[in-house]
Design a protein around this ligand. Structure first.
Ligand code: AMP
Length: 215
């Protein structure tokens, strides 16, 4: 098992880059946020537990998301290559991931920290639109769909994520700084961290920068 982790604040462009990296690198994209939103939509027990935390822009409990990710990774087999987007988000999750990867005889190839200024993050989240069917992401100005308000990939009407409202965004950024940013030093100490400028240039430029930064 080989893992690449995309680390970055909400709005850093993890999901947008991930979609492109899947074809460039031949990896499976695992978005913890998408998995949780799907669980909420389907009304599963995990979804019911997660919903309130997500609405408030807080992290769901480590054990809840940890179980979902561990099951998924264990099911993929030893040769699988994953791109993790949104997981881990706490040191406890990173420790859990390390245990699972070690058990499977795998390795973390790289942790890519996507650096983006806070003012840009806020603008990106305010203009973000998503497809509720296939989870494709857009931005009203930076990455518009071909037809306004309609998903290029599947034709569904685009929506704004409920947690992309200004108050929840402030909370999510604070949560990132407090609970997730410590992972930068954590992975630096394990010598898997690479840092990439996540704002300059086009989406393709950022993707290219990530590919070049990988060991
Ligand atoms: P995202 O789509 O990655 O921005 O995630 C949306 C929301 O899902 C977050 O604000 C959290 O409430 C929850 N979430 C996603 N990934 C995690 C994680 N690794 N740990 C805890 N909560 C998560």
């Amino acid at each position: 098992m080989e893992i690449i982790i995309l680390l970055g604040a909400p709005g850093a462009g993890k999901g947008t880059a991930a979609v492109r990296l899947v074809t460039r690198l031949g990896v499976k994209h695992v978005s913890s946020g998408d998995l949780l939103r799907q669980a909420v939509k389907q009304g599963t027990a995990a979804g019911k537990e997660a919903e309130g935390f997500m609405k408030r822009g807080e992290l769901v409990p480590d054990a809840l998301i940890g179980r979902i990710i561990a099951d998924l990774l264990a099911a993929g087999g030893r040769d699988a290559k994953y791109l993790l987007d949104g997981f881990p988000r706490t040191v406890a999750q990173a420790e859990m991931l390390e245990r699972v990867v070690t058990e499977q005889g795998g390795r973390i190839r790289a942790t890519v920290m996507m650096d983006v200024d806070e003012a840009i993050l806020i603008d990106r989240l305010a203009g973000r639109r998503v497809c509720p069917t296939c989870a494709a992401g857009y931005h009203v100005r930076n990455l518009p769909p071909k037809v306004t308000g309609v998903c290029d990939a599947c034709g569904t009407a685009l929506v704004q994520r409920p947690d992309d409202n200004p108050e929840t965004v402030q909370n999510r950024l604070a949560v990132f700084n407090k609970q997730t940013a410590p992972l930068i030093a954590w992975y630096q100490a394990r010598q898997t961290l690479v840092r990439v400028e996540g704002a300059a240039g086009s989406v393709d430029d950022v993707t290219e920068r990530i590919v070049r930064a990988l060991p």
